[in-house]
Write a protein of this length. Structure first.
Length: 230
């Protein structure tokens, strides 16, 4: 079963932003193959093209998402039932969608129910607050993910890995909790599991070379001229 395959294991998000050197399906497939060889138990991937390419090279479960611009000028994760169906047809085993307060304004809860009932796959709810997690659980979400913590209007001040939030979700939400968002180190991933998370999703810290290199470059640039560690 999928749930058993990912329990207390690492899930890696293999995505790249538009304009980045690795923003193509073949590169995402190579990243997926590499992280599975390194121990990843599942992949989170964006769009049918990437998922088809990834499915050709790995057999682990794939969490499928789509990202589409909405009328309010912002991206929404898996905003339609049709997009979810395309992801499953491409080889995804699970679907994740935005079930934040904004997502719910775009009928996320009804869409969550329909995906489970008609596509017969586990549905994962990307949330930012406890209330959103509880609403998703009531709607039948198989898992809730802290993906959107820090990326919504009411959580925008949270720009760090929020371990206390993971622990709170585990205590109060009846659905299993998957920790995702700003997990930059193995120690943070371990702390999330110790706090009761079902699994952990790591993305940028593993599969975003531009982001990784920028962290090092910014840190080096911040050192005053003349300072050294000698």
């Amino acid at each position: 079963m999928i749930a058993e395959a990912i329990y207390k294991r690492l899930i890696v998000s293999c995505q790249a932003r538009e304009g980045e050197p690795f923003r193509d399906p073949a590169s995402m497939a190579l990243f997926a193959a590499a992280v599975v060889a390194g121990g990843a138990a599942a992949i989170r991937a964006r769009g049918p093209e990437d998922i088809r390419a990834i499915r050709k090279v790995v057999s682990v479960p794939i969490i499928g998402i789509s990202k589409e611009m909405q009328a309010d000028g912002k991206i929404l994760i898996t905003p339609t039932f049709e997009s979810a169906r395309e992801l499953i047809a491409a080889g995804a085993d699970m679907i994740a969608l935005d079930v934040t307060r904004r997502g719910q304004c775009y009928d996320a809860l009804d869409r969550l129910r329909r995906i489970r009932e008609e596509l017969h796959v586990p549905v994962l709810a990307d949330i930012a607050t406890l209330d959103e997690a509880l609403a998703a659980a009531r709607a039948g979400a198989d898992f809730v993910l802290s993906t959107m913590r820090g990326y919504t209007d009411d959580t925008a001040t949270i720009q760090y890995f929020d371990l206390r939030f993971i622990a709170e979700l585990v205590r109060q939400c009846p659905a299993p909790v998957i920790a995702e968002g700003r997990i930059d180190t193995p120690e943070q991933a371990g702390a999330a599991l110790a706090a009761g998370a079902y699994s952990v999703v790591v993305g940028s810290a593993i599969t975003r070379p531009v982001t990784i290199a920028r962290r090092f470059a910014d840190a080096i640039a911040s050192i005053p001229a003349g300072e050294n560690g000698l």
